[in-house]
Ligand binder design. Structure first.
Ligand SMILES: Nc1ncnc2c1ncn2[C@@H]1O[C@H](COP(=O)(O)OP(=O)(O)OP(=O)(O)O)[C@@H](O)[C@H]1O
Ligand SMILES: [Mg+2]
Length: 358
């Protein structure tokens, strides 16, 4: 009988130590045999953000336990898996090194193929953990470090349509939470308190809303939140109103820019197979999900969201990307190095810094 493909995935690019075993079913769908994620929220909470050296130390302390737990929960032995995949970038080098080296060591000793995965490709393919999706599709990737519209043509084949020219969306949520003293991590906190607020109370700016195609910008919005937050001091209701108005402004920006991206996708692929995928940590936001589903349906795009469990960082998406790359013979040697910057579309223009023309 033909053996099913299964991979061990390892993720340590930021503040989550994660390991997972994923198997590919005969029909090309995924079966997640285990997905262990150990978050370092408690360690970074008091600093209001990730401290790289602390994160790296914590990965070193946890990695062996987390990988063993993933194997145990899946009830498989290293000998039985088809290969090992680990995140090699983008991210904090001190953190990436831990999972990457651990993965390389296992692959080396067990004599298994090794795949160095781009964390963003993990997010980009993550909705595939819940069901088959046909290429090409339009992707909105919104996470802690990235906010991009891309056409996913195939595994390893991406065309960037737009990106943030300053802050990432997750970062804007995190900073807003910090300014309003709502807690860490910021995204879920802003979402929770926004429910208690009036989304129309504050009129906030929507940077580059009428220019620069589907590129995004959130820095001006963040500055406006800072300005308003200083005026409201300890008035809780006004804080909730500001959180709600911030989230509503984000939703309006995303709706407008998504429609521009829809047109770009149609120019590229015609009107067939119009699928719109949303992935990354911010895709867990319920109001954003509802609103983007609505705009997709209005434009006859099929909306597909990563399962909430697999929006934030996890290793199931890394194991899955590993399987897909392995099938395309995109494996790596064991001397592969971690990369702090690693765009999915290597031809895309770098959109940050002074002198940027929009
Ligand atoms: N419900 C939510 N609403 C809004 N933002 C959220 C929500 N849940 C999580 N986030 C945000 O998602 C981000 C984390 O996502 P993710 O783990 O994908 O990012 P990352 O791995 O740090 O960055 P990247 O993937 O770009 O390297 C954080 O900024 C967090 O605040
Ligand atoms: Mg991520």
């Amino acid at each position: 009988m033909e053996k099913k493909l299964s991979f061990l995935g390892i993720e340590t690019s930021c503040d989550e130590t994660a390991a997972s075993i994923v198997q590919e079913n005969k029909d090309g769908t995924a079966k997640i045999l285990s997905s262990v994620v150990s978050s370092q929220i408690k360690e970074h909470e008091k600093f209001g953000g990730v401290v790289p050296e602390l994160a790296a130390r914590s990965h070193i302390e946890n990695i062996e336990f987390i990988v063993s737990k993933a194997l145990k929960e899946a009830d498989v032995k290293i000998d039985e898996i088809s290969g090992v995949a680990a995140t090699a970038g983008p991210g904090l080098i001190v953190c990436l090194t831990v999972g990457l080296n651990f993965g390389k060591a296992i692959a080396g000793f067990a004599d298994k193929p090794f795949v160095a995965v781009n964390h963003l490709e993990g997010h980009a393919l993550s909705p595939g953990l819940s069901g088959n999706i046909k290429f090409p599709y339009l992707l909105l990737l919104v996470s802690g470090g990235h906010s991009q519209f891309l056409i996913v043509e195939n595994i390893n084949q991406y065309k960037q349509l737009g990106t943030t020219i300053d802050d990432a969306l997750g970062e804007a949520f995190d900073k807003t939470a910090k300014m309003l003293d709502l807690g860490y991590p910021g995204g879920p906190a802003v979402e929770k308190f926004a429910q208690k607020g009036d989304k129309n109370y504050f009129k906030l700016p929507q940077p580059i809303i009428n220019k620069a195609g589907c590129n995004l910008s959130f820095a001006g919005l963040k500055t406006a939140v800072l300005r308003e937050s200083k005026k409201i001091k300890n008035n809780n209701q006004l804080k909730y109103n500001l959180a709600a108005s911030f989230q509503e402004t984000i939703i309006n920006i995303l709706r407008k820019k998504t429609e521009i991206a829809f047109n770009e996708f149609i120019k590229f692929n015609g009107s067939k197979n119009k699928t719109f995928v949303v992935a990354g940590g911010v895709a867990a936001n319920e109001s954003i999900r509802i609103s983007l589903k609505e705009i997709a349906k209005k434009n006859n795009f099929k909306p597909v969201f990563a399962d909430i469990k697999y929006c934030g960082d996890n290793a199931a998406m890394i194991a899955w990307a590993g399987i897909q790359r392995y099938k395309k013979k995109l494996t790596n040697n064991l001397d592969v190095e971690p990369k702090s910057r690693w765009p999915l579309d290597s031809k895309a223009k770098f959109m940050k810094g002074p002198g940027l023309k929009l």
